[in-house]
Write a protein that binds this ligand. Structure first.
Ligand code: ZN
Length: 353
């Protein structure tokens, strides 16, 4: 039997306190915090604890019928709703959601949104009584990926809650969530773990001390994000950003043909995020501070920042943030990559006025 999802070490204490007050536990929660700190794991572990028939303290026992159903991904009173694209990334995609496309699964680009039909499907779950403990848990991850129609539909279910139902709305960015939906939820903030907690956990995942430090830096202090980065074949520095930054540091125009096919394989928010972090490091460098995200690129960052005015760097950083907001819907992915990279090159290669 596989095992149940456990809280990360930096979550256990706050989870126990939060789940301990079961009598007054709200029926809808916004669980929020920065990306890469393990919020989905937190929500799944919380759901397991809420559904457990013999919780120890407030946490799941791991051995009761409910826990064993969850360990086998077969609990009828637990539902996880996420965009198809994420479900694919997590290896959770079920065939039914893909094949409902008229165009056929092969040609359909997986959606980055939680669609209204996914939220409608909850109706059948909510209309029957619960199977075991009298509770059911619905996790939406991340809740900002609900489109307007699906968010409004969900709002109705939350306003008229079925007995025993707990909604866990997990969010990286509560400011992107429909305000009426937010107003129905109580908030639970998951903070960034301390650096010591992050490093200790990464080392327990078989990363050396130096590796743990490098990846924790690159992910802005988020340990789960750091581990994902360390295992990704598309880790930005070695995949593209290192050679790209080196060209800029050497004041040579990077060869677009080297980067377009690589970046096309990534989600736009991924490579744009790497560029945004590079620009944070350039801004820090302009102010005489050490790079925060890419210490490994330190010499390149120093060389680039030496030749570009701080104002140009910060203008391009704001421009990149605006591109990030439209990144999910570029009309033409290749053109979008090209225009962003060109803007970055112009900023970094034109001589300081
Ligand atoms: Zn249990």
């Amino acid at each position: 039997m596989s095992s149940i999802t456990q809280f990360f070490p930096w979550q256990t204490a706050s989870a126990s306190r939060w789940l301990g007050d079961r009598e007054r536990f709200a029926h809808a929660w916004l669980v929020y915090g920065p990306p890469g700190i393990g919020k989905l794991t937190f929500a799944r572990a919380a759901a397991t604890s809420l559904l457990c028939e013999r919780p120890t303290g407030a946490l799941a026992c791991g051995t009761c019928q409910s826990c064993s159903w969850i360990a086998n991904d077969a609990h009828p009173d637990l539902r996880l709703v996420m965009p198809d694209r994420l479900a694919q990334q997590y290896g959770l995609q079920d065939a039914a959601t893909v094949s409902d496309s008229q165009e056929g699964a092969a040609t359909k680009k997986a959606s980055g949104e939680i669609r209204i039909d996914q939220v409608r499907q909850l109706d059948s779950l909510l209309s029957v009584t619960t199977h075991r403990s009298g509770m059911r848990v619905i996790i939406l991850f991340p809740v900002e990926s609900l489109n307007t129609a699906s968010a409004n539909y969900l709002l109705k279910s939350i306003e008229e809650p079925a007995p025993g139902t707990v909604f866990l709305l997990v969010s990286h960015a509560p400011d992107k969530v429909l305000p009426t939906l937010l107003s129905r939820c109580r908030r639970f903030c998951l903070p960034m773990p301390t650096q010591a907690e992050g490093l200790a956990w990464l080392q327990a995942q078989d990363l050396s001390g130096t590796q743990a430090e490098t990846w924790l830096h690159a992910s802005g202090g988020a340990p789960v994000g750091a581990l994902t980065l360390s295992r990704a074949s598309t880790e930005p520095v070695s995949y593209w950003l290192g050679s790209f930054a080196q060209s800029l540091a050497d004041r040579i125009m990077p060869e677009m043909a080297d980067y377009l096919p690589k970046l096309e394989k990534l989600q736009p928010e991924e490579w744009l995020g790497s560029l945004q972090r590079l620009f944070v490091d350039l801004m820090l460098q302009s102010n005489g501070l050490a790079p925060r995200y890419f210490p490994r690129l330190g010499p390149f960052i120093t060389a680039i920042a030496a030749d570009v005015s701080p104002m140009k760097i910060s203008q391009t950083a704001s421009w990149l943030a605006r591109q990030q907001r439209i990144a999910d819907h570029p009309l033409n992915a290749r053109l979008f990559i090209q225009s962003v990279l060109q803007r970055v090159c112009i900023t970094c290669l034109s001589k300081n006025a």
